[in-house]
Design a protein around this ligand. Sequence first.
Ligand SMILES: [Zn+2]
Ligand SMILES: [Zn+2]
Length: 121
Amino acid sequence: MDLKNYFTTNEIKCKCCGGLPSNDYTEMYERLSKARIQANTLFIINRWYSCKKHNDEVKGVPSSLHLTAYAVDIRCTNSVERAKIVFSLICNGFNEIIIHKTFVHAGIDKKNTVLTLGMEM
Ligand SMILES: [Zn+2]
Ligand SMILES: [Zn+2]
């Protein structure tokens, strides 16, 4: 399966400076691509990688997975889409899933083996 073209660099880079992470984020990219294929719905990326400055600006936690591009915020405003997206994320190894009113935050925390599911509506 060729997973190279599911998301563009534009979708990954930091919204404030256009920067990309210095670490390898292949696993994240592949898992997100697989989740998107499984969900069979559009993944509109609000935010993926954030540099430290941008993360501070949006009041992200200091240990935010966005700092390594191991988290994305996927726009989502209706329950059916939300259910499809969250289910496919769990199936593909995402273990930090926070449901917000207009988006789903989805991350892979390799230091944590427990699934964290939360809601901030
Ligand atoms: Zn930035
Ligand atoms: Zn997020």
